[in-house]
Design a binder for this molecule. Structure first.
Ligand code: NAD
Length: 472
Protein backbone atom coordinates (compact mmCIF):
# COMPACT_ATOMS: atom_id res chain seq x y z
CA UNK A 1 0.00 0.00 0.00
CA UNK A 2 1.14 3.51 -0.75
CA UNK A 3 1.93 5.36 2.46
CA UNK A 4 -0.26 8.40 3.07
CA UNK A 5 2.14 9.95 5.54
CA UNK A 6 3.76 13.22 4.65
CA UNK A 7 7.51 13.30 4.78
CA UNK A 8 8.69 15.72 7.44
CA UNK A 9 12.05 17.13 6.45
CA UNK A 10 11.49 19.92 8.99
CA UNK A 11 11.70 17.38 11.81
CA UNK A 12 15.37 16.79 11.08
CA UNK A 13 16.72 20.15 9.92
CA UNK A 14 20.37 20.48 9.06
CA UNK A 15 20.98 16.72 9.24
CA UNK A 16 21.70 16.05 5.60
CA UNK A 17 24.54 13.57 5.21
CA UNK A 18 27.45 15.34 3.46
CA UNK A 19 28.11 14.60 -0.24
CA UNK A 20 31.42 12.81 0.22
CA UNK A 21 33.04 10.84 -2.62
CA UNK A 22 31.85 10.19 -6.16
CA UNK A 23 28.30 10.19 -7.46
CA UNK A 24 27.60 7.68 -10.23
CA UNK A 25 24.96 8.96 -12.67
CA UNK A 26 23.15 6.21 -14.57
CA UNK A 27 21.29 7.39 -17.66
CA UNK A 28 19.13 4.94 -19.60
CA UNK A 29 19.02 6.59 -23.05
CA UNK A 30 22.21 8.23 -24.29
CA UNK A 31 20.95 10.41 -27.14
CA UNK A 32 20.59 14.16 -27.60
CA UNK A 33 19.92 15.20 -24.00
CA UNK A 34 22.45 12.86 -22.40
CA UNK A 35 25.29 13.79 -24.78
CA UNK A 36 24.50 17.50 -24.34
CA UNK A 37 24.50 17.17 -20.54
CA UNK A 38 27.79 15.27 -20.42
CA UNK A 39 29.51 17.59 -22.93
CA UNK A 40 28.28 20.60 -20.94
CA UNK A 41 29.37 19.32 -17.53
CA UNK A 42 32.81 18.37 -18.86
CA UNK A 43 33.17 21.83 -20.46
CA UNK A 44 32.04 23.54 -17.24
CA UNK A 45 34.59 21.53 -15.26
CA UNK A 46 37.29 22.98 -17.54
CA UNK A 47 35.79 26.47 -17.22
CA UNK A 48 35.03 26.41 -20.96
CA UNK A 49 31.28 26.76 -20.60
CA UNK A 50 28.65 28.13 -18.21
CA UNK A 51 25.81 26.01 -16.76
CA UNK A 52 23.10 28.49 -17.74
CA UNK A 53 19.62 27.30 -16.78
CA UNK A 54 20.77 25.32 -13.76
CA UNK A 55 19.37 26.42 -10.39
CA UNK A 56 21.86 24.33 -8.47
CA UNK A 57 24.80 26.05 -10.15
CA UNK A 58 23.60 29.62 -10.74
CA UNK A 59 20.66 30.52 -8.49
CA UNK A 60 20.80 32.10 -5.06
CA UNK A 61 18.34 31.48 -2.24
CA UNK A 62 17.18 34.20 0.11
CA UNK A 63 17.43 33.31 3.80
CA UNK A 64 15.73 35.10 6.69
CA UNK A 65 14.33 38.64 6.53
CA UNK A 66 14.98 40.90 3.54
CA UNK A 67 17.16 43.28 5.60
CA UNK A 68 19.49 40.43 6.55
CA UNK A 69 20.87 40.35 3.00
CA UNK A 70 21.62 36.64 3.14
CA UNK A 71 21.44 35.11 -0.33
CA UNK A 72 23.96 32.31 -0.84
CA UNK A 73 24.13 30.28 -4.02
CA UNK A 74 21.98 27.17 -3.67
CA UNK A 75 25.07 25.01 -4.16
CA UNK A 76 26.74 26.77 -1.22
CA UNK A 77 23.64 26.44 0.96
CA UNK A 78 22.72 22.75 0.54
CA UNK A 79 25.39 20.05 0.45
CA UNK A 80 25.39 18.98 -3.21
CA UNK A 81 27.79 16.78 -5.11
CA UNK A 82 30.46 18.75 -6.99
CA UNK A 83 30.60 18.52 -10.80
CA UNK A 84 34.13 17.08 -10.43
CA UNK A 85 32.68 14.14 -8.47
CA UNK A 86 30.13 13.04 -11.09
CA UNK A 87 30.77 9.85 -13.10
CA UNK A 88 28.49 8.91 -16.01
CA UNK A 89 27.25 5.57 -17.31
CA UNK A 90 24.16 4.32 -19.09
CA UNK A 91 22.44 2.19 -21.67
CA UNK A 92 21.28 2.73 -25.24
CA UNK A 93 19.70 0.84 -28.11
CA UNK A 94 22.69 1.88 -30.25
CA UNK A 95 26.38 1.30 -29.46
CA UNK A 96 27.54 4.89 -30.17
CA UNK A 97 29.79 6.51 -27.59
CA UNK A 98 28.57 9.76 -26.06
CA UNK A 99 30.88 11.57 -28.48
CA UNK A 100 29.43 9.77 -31.51
CA UNK A 101 25.91 10.41 -30.24
CA UNK A 102 26.65 14.13 -29.85
CA UNK A 103 28.03 14.29 -33.42
CA UNK A 104 24.92 12.55 -34.80
CA UNK A 105 22.42 14.57 -32.74
CA UNK A 106 24.06 17.84 -33.78
CA UNK A 107 22.84 19.85 -30.79
CA UNK A 108 26.29 21.37 -30.30
CA UNK A 109 28.90 21.87 -33.01
CA UNK A 110 31.92 19.56 -32.93
CA UNK A 111 34.04 22.65 -32.46
CA UNK A 112 32.20 23.33 -29.20
CA UNK A 113 32.87 19.94 -27.61
CA UNK A 114 36.33 19.25 -29.09
CA UNK A 115 38.08 20.13 -25.76
CA UNK A 116 36.17 17.31 -24.03
CA UNK A 117 36.06 14.82 -26.92
CA UNK A 118 38.29 12.38 -25.04
CA UNK A 119 36.03 12.28 -21.96
CA UNK A 120 32.94 11.87 -24.17
CA UNK A 121 34.49 9.09 -26.30
CA UNK A 122 35.35 7.13 -23.15
CA UNK A 123 31.66 6.74 -22.24
CA UNK A 124 29.97 3.90 -24.14
CA UNK A 125 26.46 2.68 -23.44
CA UNK A 126 25.75 -0.76 -22.04
CA UNK A 127 23.33 -2.99 -23.94
CA UNK A 128 19.71 -1.91 -23.49
CA UNK A 129 16.60 -3.68 -22.31
CA UNK A 130 14.33 -3.27 -25.32
CA UNK A 131 10.78 -4.17 -26.26
CA UNK A 132 9.68 -3.17 -29.77
CA UNK A 133 6.04 -3.22 -28.63
CA UNK A 134 6.81 -0.01 -26.67
CA UNK A 135 8.90 1.79 -29.29
CA UNK A 136 7.92 1.25 -32.89
CA UNK A 137 9.95 3.83 -34.80
CA UNK A 138 13.50 2.77 -33.82
CA UNK A 139 15.38 -0.32 -35.04
CA UNK A 140 17.59 -1.22 -32.08
CA UNK A 141 21.00 -2.84 -32.59
CA UNK A 142 22.53 -2.94 -29.08
CA UNK A 143 20.17 -4.89 -26.84
CA UNK A 144 20.20 -7.58 -24.17
CA UNK A 145 18.84 -11.07 -24.63
CA UNK A 146 16.60 -12.13 -21.78
CA UNK A 147 14.03 -14.84 -21.23
CA UNK A 148 11.91 -13.06 -18.64
CA UNK A 149 11.68 -9.44 -17.50
CA UNK A 150 12.91 -10.64 -14.10
CA UNK A 151 16.03 -11.89 -15.87
CA UNK A 152 16.39 -8.42 -17.50
CA UNK A 153 16.29 -6.85 -14.02
CA UNK A 154 19.08 -9.20 -12.91
CA UNK A 155 21.22 -8.23 -15.92
CA UNK A 156 20.70 -4.53 -15.23
CA UNK A 157 21.68 -5.04 -11.59
CA UNK A 158 24.90 -6.72 -12.79
CA UNK A 159 25.56 -3.71 -15.07
CA UNK A 160 24.98 -1.33 -12.16
CA UNK A 161 27.36 -3.24 -9.89
CA UNK A 162 30.00 -3.35 -12.62
CA UNK A 163 29.62 0.41 -13.28
CA UNK A 164 29.89 1.19 -9.57
CA UNK A 165 33.13 -0.78 -9.36
CA UNK A 166 34.58 0.65 -12.55
CA UNK A 167 33.74 4.28 -11.74
CA UNK A 168 34.59 4.13 -8.04
CA UNK A 169 31.18 5.68 -7.29
CA UNK A 170 30.17 5.89 -3.62
CA UNK A 171 26.52 6.64 -4.38
CA UNK A 172 24.28 6.23 -7.44
CA UNK A 173 21.27 7.89 -9.04
CA UNK A 174 19.35 6.89 -12.16
CA UNK A 175 17.51 9.30 -14.47
CA UNK A 176 15.58 8.06 -17.52
CA UNK A 177 16.65 10.06 -20.61
CA UNK A 178 15.42 7.41 -23.05
CA UNK A 179 12.70 7.67 -25.67
CA UNK A 180 8.98 8.11 -25.05
CA UNK A 181 7.30 4.71 -24.84
CA UNK A 182 3.77 3.81 -25.74
CA UNK A 183 1.64 3.82 -22.58
CA UNK A 184 0.85 0.31 -21.35
CA UNK A 185 -2.75 -0.69 -20.69
CA UNK A 186 -3.58 -0.25 -16.98
CA UNK A 187 -2.95 -3.65 -15.42
CA UNK A 188 -3.32 -5.32 -12.00
CA UNK A 189 0.48 -5.80 -12.04
CA UNK A 190 0.91 -2.01 -11.55
CA UNK A 191 -1.18 -1.97 -8.40
CA UNK A 192 1.05 -3.68 -5.84
CA UNK A 193 4.67 -4.66 -5.49
CA UNK A 194 3.79 -8.32 -5.11
CA UNK A 195 1.81 -8.25 -8.37
CA UNK A 196 4.59 -6.34 -10.16
CA UNK A 197 7.24 -8.85 -9.11
CA UNK A 198 5.01 -11.69 -10.28
CA UNK A 199 4.48 -9.80 -13.55
CA UNK A 200 8.24 -9.44 -14.06
CA UNK A 201 8.66 -13.20 -13.59
CA UNK A 202 5.67 -13.99 -15.86
CA UNK A 203 6.71 -11.52 -18.59
CA UNK A 204 3.55 -9.46 -18.18
CA UNK A 205 3.18 -7.36 -21.38
CA UNK A 206 2.05 -4.35 -19.32
CA UNK A 207 5.60 -3.82 -17.96
CA UNK A 208 7.57 -1.51 -20.29
CA UNK A 209 11.40 -1.32 -20.38
CA UNK A 210 11.47 1.95 -18.40
CA UNK A 211 9.74 0.16 -15.51
CA UNK A 212 12.32 -2.63 -15.64
CA UNK A 213 15.19 -0.13 -15.30
CA UNK A 214 13.32 1.64 -12.52
CA UNK A 215 12.76 -1.61 -10.65
CA UNK A 216 16.46 -2.53 -10.95
CA UNK A 217 17.46 0.83 -9.42
CA UNK A 218 14.80 1.34 -6.78
CA UNK A 219 14.97 -2.23 -5.45
CA UNK A 220 18.57 -1.37 -4.48
CA UNK A 221 17.57 1.93 -2.87
CA UNK A 222 18.93 3.96 -5.81
CA UNK A 223 16.97 7.20 -6.44
CA UNK A 224 15.16 7.22 -9.80
CA UNK A 225 13.78 10.04 -11.93
CA UNK A 226 11.85 9.88 -15.18
CA UNK A 227 12.46 12.55 -17.82
CA UNK A 228 9.96 11.14 -20.33
CA UNK A 229 6.16 10.86 -20.05
CA UNK A 230 6.46 7.06 -19.67
CA UNK A 231 4.44 5.36 -16.95
CA UNK A 232 7.66 4.05 -15.37
CA UNK A 233 7.37 4.84 -11.63
CA UNK A 234 3.95 6.52 -11.65
CA UNK A 235 2.16 3.40 -10.39
CA UNK A 236 1.35 2.29 -6.81
CA UNK A 237 3.68 -0.74 -7.07
CA UNK A 238 6.73 1.46 -7.70
CA UNK A 239 5.78 3.98 -5.02
CA UNK A 240 5.48 1.09 -2.58
CA UNK A 241 8.92 -0.22 -3.60
CA UNK A 242 10.52 3.24 -3.33
CA UNK A 243 9.08 3.83 0.14
CA UNK A 244 10.18 0.40 1.32
CA UNK A 245 13.71 0.73 -0.05
CA UNK A 246 14.21 4.38 0.95
CA UNK A 247 14.61 5.58 -2.65
CA UNK A 248 13.43 9.05 -3.72
CA UNK A 249 11.50 8.94 -7.01
CA UNK A 250 9.95 11.54 -9.30
CA UNK A 251 8.73 12.34 -12.79
CA UNK A 252 7.41 12.73 -15.38
CA UNK A 253 8.54 14.46 -18.58
CA UNK A 254 11.06 17.31 -18.40
CA UNK A 255 9.32 20.69 -18.52
CA UNK A 256 11.21 22.51 -21.28
CA UNK A 257 9.92 24.42 -24.36
CA UNK A 258 6.23 24.90 -24.88
CA UNK A 259 5.03 23.60 -21.53
CA UNK A 260 7.49 25.88 -19.77
CA UNK A 261 5.79 28.78 -21.56
CA UNK A 262 2.32 27.39 -20.89
CA UNK A 263 2.85 27.00 -17.16
CA UNK A 264 4.25 30.53 -17.01
CA UNK A 265 1.48 32.29 -18.98
CA UNK A 266 -1.50 30.34 -17.58
CA UNK A 267 -0.84 31.38 -13.94
CA UNK A 268 -0.77 35.02 -15.10
CA UNK A 269 -4.15 34.67 -16.84
CA UNK A 270 -5.62 33.13 -13.74
CA UNK A 271 -4.01 35.61 -11.34
CA UNK A 272 -5.58 38.48 -13.35
CA UNK A 273 -8.90 36.61 -13.83
CA UNK A 274 -8.66 36.82 -17.63
CA UNK A 275 -10.83 34.25 -19.40
CA UNK A 276 -9.46 31.57 -21.70
CA UNK A 277 -11.35 30.56 -24.82
CA UNK A 278 -8.77 28.45 -26.59
CA UNK A 279 -5.11 27.46 -26.67
CA UNK A 280 -3.67 26.03 -29.86
CA UNK A 281 -0.09 24.73 -29.62
CA UNK A 282 1.98 23.24 -32.38
CA UNK A 283 5.64 22.24 -32.65
CA UNK A 284 8.02 21.28 -35.41
CA UNK A 285 10.90 19.10 -34.32
CA UNK A 286 13.45 17.08 -36.31
CA UNK A 287 15.56 15.07 -33.85
CA UNK A 288 15.26 11.38 -32.90
CA UNK A 289 12.76 12.35 -30.19
CA UNK A 290 10.63 13.89 -32.97
CA UNK A 291 10.97 10.69 -35.02
CA UNK A 292 9.78 8.59 -32.06
CA UNK A 293 6.89 10.99 -31.42
CA UNK A 294 5.82 10.60 -35.04
CA UNK A 295 4.40 7.24 -33.96
CA UNK A 296 0.80 7.83 -32.77
CA UNK A 297 1.31 5.56 -29.72
CA UNK A 298 4.30 7.52 -28.42
CA UNK A 299 2.62 10.83 -29.32
CA UNK A 300 -0.45 9.85 -27.29
CA UNK A 301 1.79 9.46 -24.21
CA UNK A 302 3.26 12.92 -24.82
CA UNK A 303 -0.10 14.49 -25.58
CA UNK A 304 -1.55 13.43 -22.23
CA UNK A 305 1.46 14.90 -20.48
CA UNK A 306 1.29 18.18 -22.41
CA UNK A 307 -2.45 18.81 -22.20
CA UNK A 308 -3.00 18.04 -18.53
CA UNK A 309 -1.21 21.17 -17.26
CA UNK A 310 -3.84 23.80 -18.05
CA UNK A 311 -6.72 22.30 -16.07
CA UNK A 312 -4.71 21.92 -12.89
CA UNK A 313 -3.55 25.55 -13.10
CA UNK A 314 -6.83 27.14 -14.20
CA UNK A 315 -9.14 25.01 -12.02
CA UNK A 316 -12.26 25.12 -14.23
CA UNK A 317 -14.29 23.54 -11.41
CA UNK A 318 -13.71 26.68 -9.30
CA UNK A 319 -13.99 29.12 -12.23
CA UNK A 320 -16.45 27.63 -14.72
CA UNK A 321 -17.32 31.05 -16.17
CA UNK A 322 -13.68 31.79 -17.08
CA UNK A 323 -12.18 28.38 -17.74
CA UNK A 324 -15.07 25.94 -18.07
CA UNK A 325 -15.18 25.70 -21.86
CA UNK A 326 -11.80 26.43 -23.39
CA UNK A 327 -10.51 24.48 -26.39
CA UNK A 328 -6.99 23.02 -26.01
CA UNK A 329 -5.11 21.42 -28.89
CA UNK A 330 -1.48 20.23 -28.97
CA UNK A 331 0.37 19.00 -32.07
CA UNK A 332 3.93 17.83 -32.70
CA UNK A 333 5.12 17.48 -36.28
CA UNK A 334 8.30 15.62 -37.16
CA UNK A 335 10.21 17.89 -39.55
CA UNK A 336 13.81 16.63 -40.03
CA UNK A 337 15.47 19.85 -41.34
CA UNK A 338 15.06 21.45 -37.92
CA UNK A 339 16.97 18.80 -35.95
CA UNK A 340 17.03 19.71 -32.26
CA UNK A 341 16.15 23.37 -32.97
CA UNK A 342 12.46 23.09 -32.23
CA UNK A 343 9.95 25.78 -33.05
CA UNK A 344 6.83 26.06 -30.93
CA UNK A 345 3.84 28.24 -31.78
CA UNK A 346 1.06 29.09 -29.40
CA UNK A 347 -2.10 30.96 -30.26
CA UNK A 348 -4.00 31.85 -27.11
CA UNK A 349 -7.53 33.27 -27.35
CA UNK A 350 -8.43 35.12 -24.19
CA UNK A 351 -11.18 37.51 -23.09
CA UNK A 352 -11.24 40.47 -20.72
CA UNK A 353 -13.67 43.06 -19.30
CA UNK A 354 -17.16 42.61 -20.79
CA UNK A 355 -15.96 39.50 -22.64
CA UNK A 356 -13.91 41.52 -25.13
CA UNK A 357 -11.66 39.09 -27.07
CA UNK A 358 -7.86 39.39 -27.20
CA UNK A 359 -5.03 37.17 -28.42
CA UNK A 360 -1.53 36.23 -27.29
CA UNK A 361 0.92 34.73 -29.81
CA UNK A 362 4.11 32.98 -28.81
CA UNK A 363 6.76 31.84 -31.25
CA UNK A 364 9.46 30.09 -29.25
CA UNK A 365 12.53 29.20 -31.32
CA UNK A 366 14.19 27.01 -28.77
CA UNK A 367 16.69 24.19 -28.55
CA UNK A 368 15.21 21.18 -26.91
CA UNK A 369 18.31 19.61 -25.41
CA UNK A 370 19.81 22.97 -24.40
CA UNK A 371 16.71 23.57 -22.27
CA UNK A 372 16.69 20.00 -20.93
CA UNK A 373 20.39 19.67 -20.02
CA UNK A 374 20.37 21.94 -16.94
CA UNK A 375 17.26 20.14 -15.68
CA UNK A 376 19.11 16.83 -15.83
CA UNK A 377 22.02 18.25 -13.85
CA UNK A 378 19.74 19.74 -11.19
CA UNK A 379 17.64 16.59 -10.89
CA UNK A 380 20.66 14.35 -10.52
CA UNK A 381 22.04 16.55 -7.74
CA UNK A 382 18.68 16.99 -6.00
CA UNK A 383 17.83 13.26 -6.20
CA UNK A 384 21.11 12.53 -4.47
CA UNK A 385 20.44 15.29 -1.93
CA UNK A 386 16.98 13.84 -1.21
CA UNK A 387 18.50 10.43 -0.55
CA UNK A 388 21.11 11.88 1.83
CA UNK A 389 18.37 13.87 3.59
CA UNK A 390 16.50 10.63 4.29
CA UNK A 391 13.56 11.44 1.99
CA UNK A 392 11.89 8.47 0.33
CA UNK A 393 9.17 7.87 -2.23
CA UNK A 394 7.60 10.65 -4.34
CA UNK A 395 9.48 13.99 -4.22
CA UNK A 396 6.73 16.50 -4.96
CA UNK A 397 9.08 19.44 -4.29
CA UNK A 398 10.78 18.63 -7.60
CA UNK A 399 7.54 19.25 -9.58
CA UNK A 400 9.26 22.40 -10.90
CA UNK A 401 11.12 20.28 -13.45
CA UNK A 402 8.24 18.23 -14.87
CA UNK A 403 5.32 18.51 -17.26
CA UNK A 404 3.32 15.87 -15.34
CA UNK A 405 4.59 16.05 -11.77
CA UNK A 406 4.09 12.90 -9.77
CA UNK A 407 2.20 13.36 -6.51
CA UNK A 408 -0.01 11.48 -4.06
CA UNK A 409 -2.95 9.99 -5.99
CA UNK A 410 -5.58 11.92 -4.01
CA UNK A 411 -3.92 15.30 -4.70
CA UNK A 412 -3.99 17.53 -7.76
CA UNK A 413 -0.47 17.92 -9.16
CA UNK A 414 0.89 21.47 -8.91
CA UNK A 415 1.74 22.78 -12.39
CA UNK A 416 2.02 26.54 -11.76
CA UNK A 417 5.73 27.20 -12.24
CA UNK A 418 5.81 29.97 -9.63
CA UNK A 419 4.25 27.80 -6.92
CA UNK A 420 6.57 24.97 -7.94
CA UNK A 421 9.55 27.29 -7.56
CA UNK A 422 8.45 28.39 -4.07
CA UNK A 423 7.86 24.77 -3.13
CA UNK A 424 11.37 23.81 -4.20
CA UNK A 425 13.12 26.66 -2.41
CA UNK A 426 11.09 26.30 0.77
CA UNK A 427 11.88 22.59 0.85
CA UNK A 428 15.58 23.42 0.66
CA UNK A 429 15.11 25.91 3.53
CA UNK A 430 13.28 23.28 5.57
CA UNK A 431 15.94 20.67 4.93
CA UNK A 432 18.58 23.04 6.24
CA UNK A 433 16.57 24.29 9.22
CA UNK A 434 15.98 27.80 7.82
CA UNK A 435 12.75 29.81 7.94
CA UNK A 436 10.07 28.98 5.38
CA UNK A 437 9.33 32.23 3.55
CA UNK A 438 5.66 32.96 2.81
CA UNK A 439 6.31 36.41 1.19
CA UNK A 440 3.33 38.10 2.90
CA UNK A 441 5.71 40.76 4.24
CA UNK A 442 3.38 41.71 7.11
CA UNK A 443 6.01 41.61 9.81
CA UNK A 444 8.01 44.46 8.23
CA UNK A 445 5.21 46.85 9.21
CA UNK A 446 3.67 47.69 12.58
CA UNK A 447 0.26 49.42 12.32
CA UNK A 448 0.15 50.13 16.09
CA UNK A 449 3.58 51.60 16.82
CA UNK A 450 4.29 52.78 13.27
CA UNK A 451 6.46 51.25 10.60
CA UNK A 452 10.09 50.90 11.70
CA UNK A 453 12.46 52.89 9.49
CA UNK A 454 15.19 50.27 9.58
CA UNK A 455 16.00 46.75 10.61
CA UNK A 456 15.91 45.90 14.32
CA UNK A 457 19.26 45.76 16.09
CA UNK A 458 20.89 42.37 15.54
CA UNK A 459 20.21 39.84 18.26
CA UNK A 460 23.10 38.04 19.99
CA UNK A 461 24.07 34.90 18.08
CA UNK A 462 22.03 31.93 19.04
CA UNK A 463 24.00 28.72 18.81
CA UNK A 464 21.05 26.44 19.44
CA UNK A 465 19.85 24.59 16.30
CA UNK A 466 17.43 26.78 14.40
CA UNK A 467 13.86 25.53 14.21
CA UNK A 468 12.01 25.75 10.91
CA UNK A 469 9.45 28.53 11.41
CA UNK A 470 7.31 30.92 9.44
CA UNK A 471 8.95 34.10 8.24
CA UNK A 472 8.34 36.66 5.54
N1 NAD B 1 14.59 17.61 -25.03
C1 NAD B 1 13.54 18.01 -24.38
O1 NAD B 1 13.31 19.20 -24.28
C2 NAD B 1 12.63 17.03 -23.72
C3 NAD B 1 11.60 17.51 -22.91
C4 NAD B 1 10.79 16.61 -22.25
C5 NAD B 1 10.99 15.27 -22.38
N2 NAD B 1 11.96 14.81 -23.20
C6 NAD B 1 12.10 13.37 -23.32
O2 NAD B 1 13.42 12.99 -22.98
C7 NAD B 1 13.72 11.80 -23.67
C8 NAD B 1 15.09 11.92 -24.32
O3 NAD B 1 15.08 12.97 -25.27
P1 NAD B 1 16.25 13.08 -26.35
O4 NAD B 1 15.99 14.31 -27.12
O5 NAD B 1 17.57 12.87 -25.73
O6 NAD B 1 15.88 11.84 -27.29
P2 NAD B 1 16.87 10.97 -28.18
O7 NAD B 1 15.97 10.22 -29.10
O8 NAD B 1 17.96 11.77 -28.78
O9 NAD B 1 17.53 9.98 -27.13
C9 NAD B 1 16.83 8.96 -26.50
C10 NAD B 1 17.69 7.73 -26.53
O10 NAD B 1 17.05 6.71 -25.78
C11 NAD B 1 17.40 5.50 -26.35
N3 NAD B 1 16.48 4.48 -25.85
C12 NAD B 1 15.19 4.27 -26.18
N4 NAD B 1 14.70 3.22 -25.49
C13 NAD B 1 15.70 2.77 -24.71
C14 NAD B 1 15.82 1.71 -23.79
N5 NAD B 1 14.79 0.88 -23.57
N6 NAD B 1 16.98 1.54 -23.15
C15 NAD B 1 18.04 2.36 -23.37
N7 NAD B 1 18.00 3.37 -24.26
C16 NAD B 1 16.83 3.57 -24.91
C17 NAD B 1 17.34 5.76 -27.84
O11 NAD B 1 18.12 4.83 -28.56
C18 NAD B 1 17.90 7.16 -27.93
O12 NAD B 1 19.29 7.18 -28.23
C19 NAD B 1 12.59 11.56 -24.66
O13 NAD B 1 11.69 10.63 -24.12
C20 NAD B 1 11.92 12.90 -24.74
O14 NAD B 1 10.54 12.82 -25.07
C21 NAD B 1 12.78 15.66 -23.86
Amino acid sequence: MTSRHHQQPSSRPGRVVPAKGRLGVLLPGMGAITSTVIAGIELCKKRLGRPIGSLTQMQTIRLGKRYENRAPLIKDFVPLSRLEDLRFGGWDLFPDSVHEAAVKCGVLSQEQFRPVAKEMSAIRPMKAVFDPAYLRNLKASHTKKYRTKWDAVRQLKDDIAEFKDRSGADRLVMLWCGSTEILPQPSPCHRSLKALEKGLKDNDPAIPPSMIYAYAAISQGIPYGNGAPNLSVDVPAMVELAEREGAPIMGKDFKTGQTLMKTTIAPMLKARMLALRGWYSTNILGNRDGEVLDDPGSFKTKEISKTSVLDTILEPDLYPALYGRYHHKVRIDYYPPRGDAKEGWDNIDIAGWLDMPMQVKINFLCRDSILAAPLVLDLVLFLDLAKRAGLRGVQEWLSFYFKSPQCRPDLKPENDIFIQHLKLKNTLRLLMGEEVIDHSGLDYYDPVRGTPKSAPAPKPLDNAPRKARLGR
